[in-house]
Design a protein around this ligand. Structure first.
Ligand SMILES: C[S@@+](CC[C@H](N)C(=O)[O-])C[C@H]1O[C@@H](n2cnc3c(N)ncnc32)[C@H](O)[C@@H]1O
Length: 259
């Protein structure tokens, strides 16, 4: 007789502040047999850090350590081959737990189905095992709430752009939108800055690093003197209905209050 299959849970942890974890996420963490999470070699990973106080003693932890980092271009075979093998391998490991009847929670920083690595497991397993996705507060939502700047109002159109896009695509998309969120900033910041300037939106842009975390920093992008940005950074461009001067002043005041 075949054993009852375990359940796969893609669990959003929110953007950094542990208090932004949902009640449902906390309950599933308390009930999990296995907690799996992505991390870089030698690091604990943001998602795992966020849920620190919710890890049940005795739970099986399954760190999923990326074999390559973004040092190699994502379109290069030296990146594609190892990363695909990695996703296949961890999907097999999670599958073994599910076949053993374990409930496997896969942590995902922010929301799992919004640029989350969890998706690589989801597409391989969700059609074969009972699966549930627990939504999380996205990084962009955490960041614009931290700034206190309304991001879109009325009929504003919001575009979400990965900073990894080429400069001309970024500039074109920025010209053609009212408001924007630029993700994956990091080393792309100089290019993002140029694209915003070309689109006439640099003056409105707000840079947020480590949003909602203890060491969060918020600054108008035009005032940021260097182009150094960590992985956990985002650029917000509020919609045309917002008043840039007032909004940036409010953002800075809030940031000071939170620091
Ligand atoms: C792979 S995406 C993950 C997005 C996540 N699943 C979400 O729902 O927001 C990673 C990017 O999200 C942004 N990000 C995530 N957490 C952040 C934070 N706390 N502060 C600023 N940006 C953050 C950064 O742009 C980072 O490069």
């Amino acid at each position: 007789m075949s054993a009852t299959l375990g359940k796969l849970i893609g669990l959003g942890t929110g953007p950094g502040n542990p208090e932004l974890l949902t009640l449902k996420a906390a309950r599933y963490l308390a009930e999990a047999d296995v907690v799996a999470y992505f991390a870089k070699r030698g690091a604990k990973g943001n998602a795992r850090t966020i849920v620190d106080t919710h890890i049940r003693p005795g739970v099986i932890e399954l760190p999923m350590i990326y074999p390559v980092t973004t040092e190699i271009h994502k379109d290069h075979t030296d990146y594609i081959n190892p990363i695909n093998n990695f996703y296949e391998d961890i999907a097999r490991q999670v599958e073994d737990h599910l076949r053993a009847g374990h409930t496997v929670v896969v942590l995902s920083e922010g929301d799992p189905l919004f640029y989350g690595s969890y998706m690589h497991l989801h597409v391989r397993l969700a059609h074969r095992f009972p699966t549930e996705v627990v939504p999380g507060v996205t990084a962009m939502s955490g960041c614009w709430s931290a700034t206190g700047v309304p991001i879109v109002q009325g009929d504003d159109i919001l575009s979400i752009l990965p900073g990894t896009l080429s400069e001309d695509v970024l500039a074109r998309r920025l010209m053609d939108t009212d408001a924007a969120v630029i993700m994956k900033v990091g080393r792309n910041l100089p290019k993002i800055r140029r694209a915003l300037a070309a689109a006439g939106k640099l003056e409105r842009a707000i840079y947020v690093e480590r949003g909602t975390m203890a060491n969060m920093a918020i600054t108008p992008l035009a005032d940021k003197a260097d182009d150094v940005a960590p992985y956990f950074s985002i650029v917000l461009v509020p919609g045309w209905a917002a008043k840039p001067g007032e909004n940036l002043a409010a953002a800075l005041q809030m940031a000071e209050g939170l620091a």
